[in-house]
Design a protein around this ligand. Structure first.
Ligand SMILES: Cc1cc2nc3c(=O)[nH]c(=O)nc-3n(C[C@H](O)[C@H](O)[C@H](O)COP(=O)(O)OP(=O)(O)OC[C@H]3O[C@@H](n4cnc5c(N)ncnc54)[C@H](O)[C@@H]3O)c2cc1C
Ligand SMILES: NC(=O)c1ccc[n+]([C@@H]2O[C@H](COP(=O)([O-])OP(=O)(O)OC[C@H]3O[C@@H](n4cnc5c(N)ncnc54)[C@H](OP(=O)(O)O)[C@@H]3O)[C@@H](O)[C@H]2O)c1
Length: 455
């Protein structure tokens, strides 16, 4: 068999370590570059890379059994929805279990990535070193670059209280919200957690949002709700109707708690999961408000004309997908949108791959593991992509389906359904294996890094 291409991975969060493990297991010369002094990325509270969005109280909202890698179960002693310390420990143990720590270069940020004329990737590291690789796996995460409201609300520059983004909320100061009037903006999971946390110590908490959400509990029938999704053999509209019915019986209408009526059906937005928000609203400690309209020196005015004096505003307005190391003309995700074949393969550049750059209804980790195995097969000539026209049509069809189903928002540009994705990729890998055999398993990315640049 011919020599395999060399590969590097940017980032050793949960996606990057899955990539290193898969490629190392299949005999690749693989190196990961990691800014931090440890693995785990977002799940390392106070990470030295300054990129973690975790707060002290953070627990996962996808259940343990949904989040664990297929060949490394989380300890049974962990609860169904473990704390971030458990999750960071789990990723750290994964690296030792599979003996891949020496493949990761810690405290070694990637500053610049360029593609030579012959396709080889050149990495410029923050420490001044330069290295070349045949294949590049990007796993730099997509929940670290804070997206503040754009444009900023009128008057925000005059507000004399505190304005922070959820990315900067660490939860390490017990007095941060104490006796304050707090406005939390957003309807995603950061807004739920932070509003609930504030509500226990604040004088009052307001939850402002430009649209409602179907808030879902962590458990239904005593089981983590993400384990109740139903078989992929049942069409999505039927699964949705069943879950809608169950939630209607269990929780009733969102408006009953004071939240706005969602402008979309269940499954039309990334899931907002909280066991506590509705209860805190029912206890009168959180009041729902429409979107912020403007701020003054000491007040926040809302879209319905109401106004409250406020001390703290927390913008839980999501994240930007960015790749600071690429030239924007080469690879970028304007408005968080980077079309990829099954969220993994770039349609034009055959030797760059994206791991974990998706938003599943479910956890990212087993999917990152699957993507990594798939890329490993591709680079070894065991899987071949469909022909260009077919590949582009597939990307377009997938995008059309997604944009039709989801509310238009920068947070809905890479949604997938966990179980359906696993099934679809398994089918595609089978078809691609046949195509690869027909092409005599030729290597799609020739190993030439280190060779002189072609004239
Ligand atoms: C508050 C919060 C809670 C979440 N909860 C869940 C959950 O319950 N379940 C779930 O599935 N997902 C959850 N997510 C989504 C989250 O994105 C994933 O859990 C997970 O962190 C994705 O892993 P990753 O490796 O792709 O990215 P990250 O965890 O962000 O890791 C990226 C790594 O890349 C490194 N890196 C970045 N740039 C460079 C560079 N230039 N050079 C070198 N290294 C670099 C970083 O240092 C970091 O270690 C949550 C997100 C947030 C913000
Ligand atoms: N416990 C947990 O496990 C946990 C906790 C926190 C986060 N997370 C995960 O982390 C990821 C990010 O979550 P997130 O909640 O930080 O972000 P998010 O899911 O992107 O939600 C952002 C929210 O802000 C709103 N928003 C954005 N810009 C706005 C503007 N200019 N004005 C008014 N509203 C605006 C969005 O509304 P629109 O919908 O209208 O765009 C949305 O409600 C998700 O994958 C989430 O599941 C998990």
């Amino acid at each position: 068999m011919s020599a395999l291409p060399t590969a590097c991975v940017i980032g050793a969060g949960s996606s990057g370590i899955a990539a290193v493990k898969a490629l190392a297991a299949h005999g690749y010369d693989v190196t990961a570059y990691e800014k931090s002094d440890r693995v785990g990325g977002n799940w390392v509270w106070g990470n030295t890379n300054g990129m973690s969005s975790a707060y002290r109280s953070l627990h996962i909202n996808t259940s343990r059994e949904r989040m664990e890698y297929s060949d490394f179960p989380m300890p049974k002693s962990y609860p169904d929805f473990p704390h971030h310390t458990h999750i960071a420990e789990y990723f750290d143990n994964y690296v030792d279990h599979f003996g891949i720590r020496d493949r990761i270069r810690f405290e070694t940020g990637v500053e610049r990535v360029t593609r030579r004329a012959d396709g080889v990737w050149e990495l410029g590291l923050e420490n001044g070193e330069r290295h070349t690789y045949d294949a590049l796996l990007v796993a730099n995460g997509h929940h670290w670059d804070a997206r503040w409201p754009e444009p900023a609300f009128p008057g925000s520059e005059d507000f004399e209280g505190v304005q922070i983004h959820s990315h900067d909320y660490k939860g390490d100061d017990p007095d941060f919200f104490r006796d304050k009037t707090v406005v939390v903006l957003g309807m995603g999971n950061s807004a739920m957690d932070i509003a609930v946390e504030a509500s226990f110590v604040a004088q009052h908490t307001y939850l402002a949002a430009r649209r409602g959400a179907h808030v879902i509990p962590k458990y239904l029938f005593g089981k983590p709700i993400d384990q109740i999704g139903g078989s992929t053999k049942i069409p999505f509209p039927v699964r949705r109707r069943v879950l809608e019915g169950l939630l209607k019986v269990y929780l009733g209408d969102m408006e009953r708690y004071g939240l706005p009526k969602p402008d979309h059906r269940f499954g039309g937005a990334h899931p907002t999961v909280s066991d506590d928000i509705l209860s805190r609203m029912a206890h009168g400690t959180i009041t729902a408000k429409p979107n912020i309209a403007s701020l003054t020196r000491d007040t926040v005015r809302f879209a319905d004309g109401s106004e409250v004096e406020a001390d703290v505003v927390v913008y839980c307005t999501g994240y930007k997908v960015t790749f600071p190391f690429f030239d924007e003309g080469l690879i970028a995700a304007p408005d968080n949108d980077l079309p990829l074949f099954r969220r993994t393969f770039h349609p034009e550049i055959p030797n760059v791959f994206f791991i974990g750059l998706l938003q599943p209804l479910g956890a990212i980790m087993p999917i990152a593991e699957l993507q990594s195995e798939w890329v490993s097969d591709f680079l070894a000539g065991r899987y071949a992509l469909p022909a260009t026209g077919e590949l582009r049509a597939d990307i377009e069809a997938e995008r059309r389906r997604m944009f039709k189903r989801y509310v238009a928002s920068k947070r809905h540009t890479m949604q997938i359904d966990y179980d359906d994705y696993l099934v679809a990729v398994a089918k595609e890998r089978k078809a691609g294996a046949e195509r690869a055999r027909a092409q005599a398993n030729r290597l799609p990315v020739p190993p030439r890094a280190g060779a002189p640049v072609a004239a």
